[in-house]
Design a protein around this ligand. Structure first.
Ligand SMILES: Nc1ncnc2c1ncn2[C@@H]1O[C@H](COP(=O)(O)OP(=O)(O)OP(=O)(O)O)[C@@H](O)[C@H]1O
Ligand SMILES: [Zn+2]
Length: 639
């Protein structure tokens, strides 16, 4: 007997030894062999098919084989354990005649002794030559890699969702408040929305009024508006005014990893709500579930669609006057599935927008009710300084001011705390000032550059403050007092803004030289480029004429038709770039000229800024006036 490979070794052990360890090993090996055999079938099947027919006549059945053995007709047997075949040479047969092939059954431990007893020669072979071994090894490696990848995927997804395996438990994730305690008085600045929703309060309080005359009570309302404008607050106020329980859940809570969980949450929520009717259900971020079905990259999302379908089913299932009203909030009404907006569902939309001046004043008044505010503080001035702030921003602003006040051990909030709070809300945390160094000088020149260009350029908002105290990641800041409202912007005003935004970089270049400009102006440059681009492509303010050359920018992942991007040709595209470049370069030239012309004043004011670290707008304008008048003779010396 010959041993040719380790596989063969295991074969022998099965015949000769009974030790457990060896048996185990052989079991494993036979298992592997089965796997390998599977692969080999795949690999050889195609090649072997055509020869099957030809093979038939030199085959011998197992029974025939045993019979021949018994009769002593067998001269030689070659056992091929891996292929489970035996090649048989019969006595008295021509040497050149092909051997008969016998297909063996797997467990035939007595076969070898039978063969030897019959007096035939026994030879054990393995059809596994080297290349076969290699292919088995390769296959094993592939199998292990696949298993490994599978395990990793399972682990990851389990970790990511944290509770991927709590499937089926479907914890109800909604909140219920028996009494919200919030009244319409607590909501300010969104008067129209309040008026529209006043009706809902009546629906909830006295449904008979409507049903008596056959009016159908709306089931759903959609509050549309940017984050922080008070949508949740408004919904709570409705429940508070009507004195009904308030159920709330966020759309993102519905969408879980496993299909079916979201839908079961919807069912739970509506079941509980029905038990507590009349009541109000508030669904925040409805776009998380209510997005158009089958839209977005990668097609639909089964879980989301099931949840949405369940929601629609529940809403359709209401009786006319079940006393449940569903209010949903979103800031993306455009991505919602049309089915959600159909009559009987969220068919009414109420816009909740940024508050205007009056609105901001109202909100500030609401939130200063429970705070000690010094009488010198003018809420009107604060409201004027905060266009673009939402209700949440204003609430946060007053809270920050109160925190500053407590920290400074003052009795009441003064204007100073409010100003500091505005700075903080707008630009982030204040950092520690730099020690005197080249970078501090550079930052000071950069900021003064912005401030002076803004001050000299007509049509620009006035400077409110220049500072080199770092804040929210910026090394220094120049603040402007915004105009009355965010409203119409003229071309000259936008150009003035671009020019002043370039003032920082212009100062760096003129004062420190072309090679010393820094990346600190990066943000400025991004901002002004986008302003210039809008002038050309959106506002029709370039030589290309009054054409909209770009649609609404939409992130691609939002679903809907996201592929309608470039609507213009290569040629137009390069003309747009040229226009943008022309605008920016013209503004940059102007900014550099202003810096050169005011070099003396800039040097003086920068020295003062480095020393004081902050200069407010009034003082800045005074300094500019003072130094520009006395600069004529000095200019000659400096340039
Ligand atoms: N119009 C407002 N009047 C008074 N307070 C407001 C107003 N708007 C917002 N607030 C304050 O801001 C907080 C947050 O607002 P709310 O959560 O209602 O905003 P939202 O529009 O629901 O935001 P989101 O879309 O992020 O959920 C409120 O709790 C309230 O203190
Ligand atoms: Zn800057």
């Amino acid at each position: 007997m010959k041993q040719k490979s380790s596989v063969n070794h295991s074969y022998l052990s099965r015949f000769n030894a009974n030790s457990r360890q060896k048996a185990k090993k052989s079991q494993k090996m036979s298992h592997l062999r089965k796997l390998a055999a599977g692969w080999m079938i795949l690999q050889t099947f195609l090649v072997a098919t055509p020869t099957l027919a030809q093979k038939a006549d030199n085959q011998m059945s197992y029974g025939q084989f045993l019979q021949k053995l018994e009769q002593g007709d067998v001269k030689e047997v070659e056992l091929d354990e891996t292929a489970q075949r035996a090649r048989v040479t019969l006595k008295g047969e021509d040497e050149k005649a092909p051997q008969k092939e016998v297909v063996l059954f797997e467990n035939n431990p007595r076969l070898s002794s039978r063969i030897t007893k019959s007096g035939a020669n026994l030879e054990v072979r393995s059809s596994l030559d080297r290349s076969a071994t290699a292919s088995i090894l390769l296959n094993l490696i592939i199998i292990f890699m696949l298993l490994g990848a599978l395990i990793m995927i399972i682990r990851r997804s389990a970790g990511a969702s944290g509770q991927a395996f709590s499937f089926g438990k479907s914890k109800a994730r909604f909140q219920m408040e028996a009494k919200t305690g919030i009244k319409f008085d607590d909501v300010a600045g969104i008067e129209e929305a309040k008026e529209e929703l006043q009706e809902v309060v009546t629906f909830l309080k006295e449904p008979e009024k409507f049903t008596a005359i056959g009016a159908k009570i709306p089931r759903g309302m959609l509050l549309v508006g940017p984050p922080g404008t008070g949508k949740t607050l408004l919904a709570k106020a409705i429940a508070g005014e009507a004195g009904v329980p308030f159920f709330s859940i966020s759309g993102s809570e519905f969408v879980e990893m496993f299909v079916g969980v979201g839908a079961s949450r919807v069912r739970d929520l509506f079941k509980k709500a029905k038990e507590n009717a009349p009541c109000l259900i508030f669904i925040d971020e409805i776009d998380a579930v209510g997005r158009q079905r089958g839209a977005g990259i990668g097609g639909g999302n089964d879980e989301r669609e099931q949840t949405l379908n369940q929601l629609l089913t529940e809403m359709d299932g209401f009786e006319g006057n079940s006393g449940i009203i569903v209010i949903a909030a979103t800031n993306r009404p455009d991505v919602l599935d049309q089915a959600l907006l159909r009559p009987g569902r969220f068919d009414r939309q109420v816009i909740v927008d940024y508050p205007d001046y009056q609105g901001r004043l109202g909100i500030l008044e609401v939130h200063s009710r429970n705070k000690k505010i010094a009488s010198e503080v003018s809420l009107e001035a604060v409201a004027r300084r905060t266009p673009g702030f939402t209700g949440a921003d204003l609430a946060n602003l007053l809270n920050e001011a109160a925190i500053f006040t407590a920290r400074r051990r003052k009795e009441a909030v003064t204007q100073k705390e409010i100003n500091d709070a505005i700075d903080r809300v707008v630009a982030g945390m204040e950092g520690t000032p730099l020690v005197d160094s080249k970078s501090k000088r550079l930052i000071a020149y950069h900021e003064i550059g912005h401030a002076i260009v803004a001050t000299v350029t007509p049509n620009h908002d006035p400077v409110e403050k220049v500072t080199i105290i770092p804040r929210g990641g910026a090394g220094g800041l120049t603040w402007f007092t915004p105009g009355e409202e965010l409203g119409l912007e003229t071309k000259s005003k936008i150009l003035a803004q671009i020019t002043s935004t370039l003032g920082g970089r212009a100062a760096e270049e003129i004062i420190f030289g072309k090679d010393e400009i820094t990346q600190g102006a990066g943000q400025d440059i991004q901002m002004l480029t986008s302003m210039a681009r809008k002038m050309v492509t959106k506002f029709g303010m370039s030589d290309l004429g009054p054409l909209a050359l770009e649609g609404q920018e939409q992130p691609v992942f939002l679903g809907n038709d996201s592929m309608q991007r470039s609507e213009y040709s290569e040629a137009i595209s390069s003309r747009i770039d040229n226009q943008i470049r022309a605008i920016v370069l013209q503004c940059y030239d102007n900014a550099k000229k202003i810096i050169r012309d005011n070099r003396y004043a800039i040097d003086r004011i920068t020295d003062i800024l480095i020393e004081k670290e902050s200069i407010d707008g009034e003082e800045f304008r005074k300094l500019v006036k003072e130094f520009s008048n006395s600069s004529e003779s000095e200019l000659m010396v400096h340039s």
